[in-house]
Write a protein that binds this ligand. Structure first.
Ligand SMILES: Cc1ncc(C[n+]2csc(CCOP(=O)(O)OP(=O)(O)O)c2C)c(N)n1
Ligand SMILES: [Mg+2]
Length: 348
């Protein structure tokens, strides 16, 4: 592997990108750059705040922005997101408020979960974003249930299950793919293979040559996609969503990316990652790859990038300032939303 610091170029002529993204492709690319830049700013700032003791925990998704932003831009409001560990940016792209997310990260009184959920596990029901699953793989079964409900109700939405390479060894993965295929459900299995399950490299997770190859056993078409290439992810998700909407059943996408930050704020990857990992990951930085392509096409300039980064940083700092000024949940709120006031007494 090369240890070059230059990024892998995206291999497209402009007309190929136009075909993949549709007539508004230039606006889509600009929106993608804006959201990816926001994701970067959020991850950087929140990791600093965790080190300063201002938030208890944070799980960055640096390196996986092409997946979350493409999914946020290509899905429709009626679709449902069942996230794994790193899809918070997707909720924001779908319209969840950054300020509300900041309230959640500070577990304050304006956090919709009022501090009861683990930090970095937002719930955004208004954008059909279910609380993320830290119990690896369980959301795959939940997504099957959601998709089954959508099918029974003739609802036009599609359920998207997001999970990591590690989750492919969980029971729910096998049960979920099987039920999804047998019932021909409107869903997409989105596996972001960031090549690590905490300290376990993907080569020790499975003896299968690719994760995408696993879906054949369930009768689901599987595709391995460069998960650091925004255009490729957008196109592959678009095809899988169209298939699900047409009643043709689920697809499986293995989106290969590079985890560019520690597993979480409780991890030290220097103890287990090879020395050249950071250089390899930087060569596949999804933000830099897209920016380089857009610069070559004169759709981006260094000044515009600097401005985007400054805007994103200001937006993140403003949201954090608002959240940090909010009071913690009142102790009495601990029992609110727990017991029903209107329910009938338990039958003797
Ligand atoms: C059922 C279960 N087993 C083990 C764990 C501990 N654990 C937390 S994250 C993780 C690795 C997840 O790796 P992957 O699915 O690749 O997701 P990534 O963290 O890379 O996004 C493990 C084993 C857990 N949370 N749940
Ligand atoms: Mg992983």
């Amino acid at each position: 592997m090369s240890s070059s610091l230059s990024v892998e170029p995206l291999p497209y002529a402009p007309d190929e990108v136009a075909r993949a993204l549709g007539p508004d492709w230039q606006q889509t690319l600009l929106a993608a750059m804006r959201w990816m830049t926001l994701g970067r700013a959020l991850d950087a700032r929140m990791q600093e705040l965790q080190r300063q003791g201002r938030v208890g925990f944070y799980g960055a998704a640096t390196g996986q922005e092409a997946v979350t932003v493409a999914a946020g831009l290509v899905t429709r409001p009626e679709d449902w997101i069942l996230p794994g560990l790193r899809e918070q940016l997707l909720a924001l792209v779908r319209g969840h408020s950054l300020v509300t997310y900041a309230h959640h990260l500070f577990a304050d009184d304006l956090d919709p979960a009022r501090g009861r959920n683990m930090p970095c596990h937002p719930t955004a029901s208004e954008v059909h974003y279910v609380s993320m699953s830290s119990v690896i793989g369980t959301q795959i079964s939940h997504a099957v249930g959601v998709a089954y409900g959508l099918k029974l109700r003739h609802d036009p939405g599609v359920a998207l299950a997001f999970f990591g390479d590690g989750a492919t060894s969980a029971n729910d993965f096998h049960a979920g793919l099987n039920f999804g295929a047998v019932w021909k459900l409107p869903m997409v299995f989105c596996c972001t293979n960031n090549q690590w399950a905490i300290s376990l490299p993907v080569e020790r997770q499975t003896a299968a040559p690719t994760l995408a190859s696993k879906s054949a056993a369930y009768g689901i078409p599987g595709q391995r996609v460069d998960g650091t290439d925004f255009v490729a992810v957008y196109a592959a998700l678009g095809t899988a969503l169209a298939r699900a909407r047409a009643g043709q059943g689920p697809s499986f996408l293995e989106l290969v990316a590079y985890r560019m930050t520690p597993h979480s704020s409780s991890d030290d990857p220097l103890r287990y990652q090879p020395k050249d990992w950071a250089d390899r990951a930087r060569a596949h930085d999804p933000v830099e790859r897209l920016a380089a392509w857009m610069s070559a096409q004169k759709l981006m300039t260094p000044d515009r990038r600097t401005a985007l980064a400054a805007e994103a940083d200001a937006e993140v700092r403003a949201a954090i300032g608002t959240a940090e000024a909010a009071p913690p949940p009142a102790p009495a709120s601990l029992t609110e939303d727990v017991y029903s006031r209107t329910g009938s007494p338990r039958a003797e």
